[in-house]
Every structure is written in C-alpha cells, then in structure tokens.
Design a protein around this ligand. Structure first.
Ligand code: ATP
Ligand code: MG
Length: 728
C-alpha cells in the first residue's frame, strides 16, 4: 500500500505518549495494554490496526480483530475506514462467535457439518434439553434442564466432548453425561450448533486439519483483541492455536471490568498471557479522556473495595464537573418519572444535546418496563437493548423455523415447532409416534415422517395431514425466490398469517405487525459480499448471532440497557437506577464465590460510562416479579465518598402530600378530625435512622404509623412509643 503521510499523521497524533508507544510498537512485538475505563484502549487498538497497515506493511487482509459485540465491530470498521480513507474489504473484524461461525461456513465439510447447519439460541437449546430430560424419564427436579444446560456449556468451554469424560464418579455425573451425549447426537443429526459449539467446532476444525491451520496462521499474522478480560478458556485456547509460533498478539483489557465470570470468562487470562507469551510487553494507560473528575473519583473509590485487582488509578486533565446526583425515589414510578423529567430538561437546556446522548442503565431487564411507560407518555423516543429481542418473539421464531426447514429438513427443532403450528390436525400422539420412529431408527423427524407415510405406520387421517405438511415445505423449498418474497410466501402459505389474524385480539394484531416488520427486514437485508452463504442462510445466521443488537442505531433515542450491555460505550448523561440491595448487588450473584466483587466491577462499568453527568437512584418501595419490596440503598452507594455525592431534594412535604393523596383521603375519612396527619413527614428514629411516614391507622393510644426507613426498610410503629423526632 502506498504510504500516505497525512494519514500516518492522523494515526499517531491524537494520542498521549503511552498510547503512542502502544500504537507504534514494533510489528514483531506481542503487547498487552492494561488500563482502566475510558483511557483509550479501544482507540489504541483501532489506531494499531491502521498503523500496522500503513507503516509496517501488514495489510488489513493479514489482521484479525476481535470485538465483544457486533455493534462494536461495526463501529470499529467505520472508524477504521474513515481513518484510512478506504473501504475495508478483506479485514476480518467480529466477535469470537461471528469469526468462528465464518470459519465453519467456509469449511463446513471439514468441520463435519452439513452445508445448511443452523445456529440455535439458548432458548432453543434449553427446550431441546428439556425434551431429552423428559424422554429419558429423568426427574427434572433433581436435574433441572437449566442446570443441565449450564453443565453442557461448561463442558464445551473446556473442550470436553462426551467421549472425553472418563468413567463418571457418581450418579449426578453419570446422568449429566447421558444427557450431554443425547444432546450431542441430536444436534449432530439435526445439523444444529449452539453458541458454545460454534467456538468448539471451529477450534477442533483447525486443530484437526494442519493444512487449514497453517493457512490461517499464515494469513493472520496479527491478532488484536478488545475487552480481553472477558474471554473464556476456549476463546483463550482459540487465540493461542491461531497464533502459533509466528503470530503476534495485541490485546487490550481491564481486569476491573471483567463482568462475565458467571458465563465462564476468566480475567486471569490477562495474567496468564504474561507467562504464556514470552516477551510480551505490558503497557499501562492512566489518563482518562471520558469522564469528569468527580465521576472518575467515584469510580476509583468504589473499585478500591475489591481485593483481587491488578491495581491502577485513573486521572483526568478535564473538568471536575458536577457532583453525582443521588435520588431517593418513593417508589419505582416516582423514580421513572424523575429520570424522564431530567432527560427532558437536560436535552432542552442546551442546543446540540439530544436523546441519544442519554442512557439509563439497570441491573435487570425487568426494570425497563416502567421507564418505557413514562417515556411513551412523554413521547420521548427510546431504544431498549436486550430484553425480549425482536428475533426471539414467538411469531418471528415460528417464521424463522419454517425458513430453517426449507434449508435443512433434518432440523428437528424447527420441525417440532411448526409441524402443527398453525394447527393442521397433527396431534400430540402422532408427533410422539414420529419421535419414537426417529429414536428407534436414528432418523430425523422429517425422515421419520416420510417413512411413516411410506409404511402407513399409523392412522390415515394423521398421515394425510403429515403428508400435506411435507409437501408444503417441499413446495416452498423449491421456489427460487428472493429472500423477502420467500419470507412473504412462508408467512402466508404456512397459514401463520391467517392463524394470528383470526384471533382478533390486540396482541395478535401486534404479532401481525411484527411479521410485516420481518418482511421489511428481509427486504433491506444486505449480505456481506465476501460471504460464502446464500441470502437466506446468512439472514438466518444473523438473526441468532445479532440478536438484540440488530436494531437501527441511527435513531435519536434515549438508550435503555442493562449494565452488561453498556460495556465499552459512553454517554454524556447516564442514569444508574435501582441502586438497591438485593437488586444491585443482585441477590443471586451474591451466592457465587467472588460474586460481590463481580457486581462491584459491574457498578464500576456503569459509573464509567458517564462523560458529563451521572445520576444514581434508589427507591423506598418497588414491585418486582409480583413482590412488594422495601429495599435498602445499595452498599455501593456507601462506598462512594460523601463529598462526591449530592442528594436531589424535590420531595418537599407538599409534593409528598400530593403523592399520597389517596392515603390522605383515606385517613381523612377514617380518623377523627383532631388526629394529626403524619403522612409524608420525614422522621428520625433512634435505632432505624431516617425515614418517611407512608401510612397511618388507628387513633389515640392505638395510633400506628408506617415508616419507610432509608436504611432499614418499612416498619409499623406505635406512635406513642416510637420516640420519633420530626425532621423538617
Ligand atoms: P472502556 O474501558 O470503557 O472500553 P476504553 O479504554 O476503550 O474504554 P475508549 O473508548 O477508546 O476507551 O476512549 C474513551 C474516550 O476517550 C473516547 O471518546 C475516545 O475518543 C477518547 N480518547 C481516547 N484517547 C484520547 C486522546 N489521546 N485524546 C483525546 N481523546 C481521547
Ligand atoms: Mg473500550
């Protein structure tokens, strides 16, 4: 490539000394950039790719870049192409899963897959395991399918196939192994691969085919990985295998942001690299370019409470900024309303600010509903990442199952899903019989159905219904249509459209809208010109691999997402809501060893997403999963020094009276006029601390009040003995 001085200048100019040292290191050097949030790790990685191609003659074709999400991969492409001023064909950028999938599509035969193998998501995987547990007549209380799913995925992450498992030591292991074996056989026969399988297959593919391995080792002389702290054992092995002796690795990561331990990620991989790769150079970046001083101090103070750290301190040359605003909400509605109002006033205050610069982050998806409701009321556009994703909706999965069957008739999951959906007279008994034939003769359900028809294995009526289903699929598969036309045909000829239309309920109308949306998605779908896949094949793969990310990102909308999804991103205005014990740190996470530390890192990730202003909120009462909770504020709040926090006080007693209007009306009716109304009063209790009165009942000596204590939750107290002090 011709060297362009202007471009080279751009590559090395907006960098500090340590960043430049990392970007411009010799091409033959392995490097590890270990640095805190917002210190420019992702930027350095992108500039490194550009540097290698411009100065070191390592063409883009020879570099493999690994990101954590598809969204990050798309951004990386875009930033690189504007930096280098060219289009990036030939460069492989993607997630571990995306890249491994690409290898499997090219070398499906060597990987012992069929050409039209399909990817199943974790829901499909669970459904399959549930069926196997049932078929084997195993007690699903003692062996919950979800737990079995975890066991299977853990085996795969450690590269362990059923045949590698030595004689099981106990009944539990024995049964896990049996389920794993069945599951494995089933997937192999139906040509299905789950997420963990994609990586393992690609690993085995390279390991078992030396010429292929040599080819890819020569091709990818440089491998670059972002967010390395969240790689698991298999991903680590994958990189090592591909590197070989000659390959060079450039890795960036932050042990304080390792948040996928629960899914098998090993932050220790950062240290392991330093022993496994001789001569690897360690570079630390300490200047933060993202957040104000206050935000950064809060993040630093919080993460100090973790023991197991490689240790680093971030500083910024930028403004100190405003203190972190803490909001105590009365309940979740109040919290949501507060957030929405602040978003509104923030965006209105200054020209150039818009909704997409605002993010609301939460620990679990369940918290998004109320926020969505309030945003809708105010007609503020928003986008939810994750949650129930478009491609996971029932009607969409139904349609995709038909499309999958068109490509691969032996896809049993797809077959089971749609053989009698919409209902076409193929009863549970017939399906059970088909399963029995399939099991007995080692056939797929499709093959079993063909066989049943040939041998007239059961009742004529069912056989004729089954026959009709087979011809429906065969006819559709025979069509040589464009993807969108085919999708349209599938939705209508399968009877799905009619099925939902007949029901006439509002939810069904929504399903029809979603089906329309799916057709639109296929119309605008563009296949990567380099891909070896057909449009249909590529589309189906993307729906699984891209789930939750594949929404348009250009809209100007408030961003709602879980803390896990926020990794690597930054926003001028950030809200962390639901900052309450049990919710964050999450009750379940605390049961795992090191769980609290991982939750704290997640909080660190959340805080460090904010550039200019951070709000943290918690509430006194919250309904969650059908329970009424009176949570205490999260311990993480107490770990941030007081001087960095500022409490938002809008709750003058007058406002509270309005909020409790209903209670007041009730109190006014039920109590004698001369009884003092306590509702809304802020009080101090000698043992429970500060709180607010939320209800009262009875009179005279029996008068009782309910107080929500900020630290201790809700308590009923007898007024006469409560020793309460009124606060202004
Ligand atoms: P995270 O740990 O959250 O992934 P990171 O270390 O990858 O963060 P980046 O996202 O690369 O950090 O950078 C954070 C912000 O700082 C970005 O907006 C980036 O453009 C900016 N930035 C990084 N380095 C510099 C620099 N030398 N000069 C100016 N801005 C910079
Ligand atoms: Mg980054």
């Amino acid at each position: 490539m011709d060297k362009n001085p202007e471009i080279i200048e751009q590559i090395i100019n907006d960098l500090n000394d340590a960043q430049r040292q990392a970007v411009c290191a010799p091409a033959a050097q392995h490097q590890l950039v270990l640095a805190g949030a917002g210190s420019g790790k992702t930027r350095v990685l992108i500039h490194r790719i550009a540097w290698l191609s411009q100065v070191e003659d390592v063409s883009l074709y020879k570099q493999l870049a690994v990101t954590f999400t598809n969204k990050a991969a798309a951004e990386m492409r875009q930033r690189l192409s504007s930096l280098l001023n060219l289009s990036l064909s030939g460069l492989w950028v993607g997630t571990f899963h995306g890249l491994a999938h690409r290898l499997l599509r090219i070398h499906w035969h060597e990987a012992q897959l069929t050409q039209h193998f399909q990817i199943i998501d974790s829901d499909d995987q669970l459904r399959l395991i549930r069926r196997i547990v049932k078929d084997l007549q195993i007690d699903d209380k003692a062996y919950p399918p979800k737990q079995m799913q975890g066991e299977i995925n853990r085996y795969k992450e450690r590269c362990i196939r059923p045949q590698h498992i030595p004689a099981p030591q106990n009944t539990y292991e024995q049964i896990c192994l049996e389920i794993y074996q069945r599951y494995h056989n089933h997937c192999q026969r139906s040509s299905l691969v789950d997420f963990a399988e994609i990586l393992l297959r690609a690993y085995e593919l390279l390991e078992a085919h030396p010429p292929l391995l040599t080819h890819y080792r020569q091709r990818f002389s440089h491998i670059l990985v972002d967010e390395f702290q969240d790689t698991n054992q298999l991903q680590y092995a994958w990189i090592q295998l591909l590197l070989g002796e000659q390959g060079r690795l450039f890795v960036v990561g932050d042990d304080d942001q390792s948040i996928y331990g629960w899914r098998g990620a090993q932050a220790d991989n950062l240290q392991k690299l330093q022993t496994d790769l001789k001569g690897i150079e360690l570079i630390r970046l300490e200047q933060n370019y993202r957040s104000t001083g206050m935000i950064l101090d809060a993040a630093n103070a919080l993460i100090k409470h973790n023991d197991k750290r490689l240790g680093k301190q971030l500083w910024t040359a930028g403004d100190k900024g405003q203190a972190i605003q803490i909001y105590h909400g009365v309940n979740a509605e109040d919290e949501a309303r507060f957030i929405v109002e602040r978003i509104q006033s923030w965006t209105e205050k200054q020209a150039g600010r818009d909704y997409q610069q605002c993010a609301v982050l939460y620990r679990t998806n369940a918290l998004s509903r109320l926020l969505e409701e309030k945003l809708l009321q105010k007609q503020i556009p928003y986008r939810v990442y994750g949650g129930l994703r478009f491609f996971e909706r029932m009607e969409i999965k139904d349609t995709l199952a038909y499309l999958r069957l068109l490509l691969n008739k032996d896809d049993d999951s797809a077959f089971e899903r749609v053989v009698n959906h919409p209902p076409r007279g193929i009863g549970g008994r017939s399906i059970e019989q088909l399963r029995a034939i399939a099991r007995g003769q080692g056939l797929s359900l499709w093959q079993a159905a063909e066989q049943a028809i040939k041998t007239e294995a059961f009742a004529k009526r069912s056989l004729s219904a089954i026959g009709k289903f087979l011809s429906l699929i065969q006819n559709l598969a025979g069509e040589n249509e464009e993807l969108s036309a085919l999708t349209h045909k599938v939705i209508h000829q399968s009877g799905l459209w009619q099925h939902f239309k007949q029901k006439k309920q509002e939810t069904e109308q929504m399903r029809l809208d979603n089906l329309e949306e799916l057709i639109l998605a296929t119309e605008s779908y563009e296949t990567d010109p380099d891909t070896p896949m057909s449009d249909l094949q590529a589309f189906l793969s993307d729906t699984v691999l891209d789930a939750g990310e594949g929404q348009s990102s250009s809209d100007n909308a408030v961003q709602l997402m879980t803390l896990h999804n926020a990794k690597g991103l930054e926003f001028p205005l950030v809200f962390l809501c639901g900052m309450e014990e049990e919710l964050f740190p999450h009750r379940m996470a605390l049961q795992a060893p090191q769980g609290l530390e991982e939750e704290r890192r997640l909080c660190y990730v959340g805080i460090t997403r904010a550039m200019q202003q951070l709000y943290i909120s918690h509430v006194e009462s919250r309904r969650l999963h059908g329970n009424q909770l009176y949570p205490r504020p999260s311990r993480f709040l107490l770990e941030i020094p007081q001087e960095l926090l500022e409490e938002v006080r809008l709750q003058t007693p007058v406002n509270l009276y309005q909020q409790y209007g209903n209670y007041q009306a009730k109190v006014a009716k039920d109590t004698p006029n001369n009884l003092e109304n306590w509702i809304g009063q802020r009080v101090q209790h000698p043992r429970f601390g500060e709180g607010m009165v939320t209800d009262q009942e009875g009179a005279g000596k029996a008068a009782r009040i309910q107080v929500m204590f900020y630290q201790n939750g809700a308590k009923w107290l007898v007024l006469e003995y409560a020793q309460l002090e009124k606060l202004p």
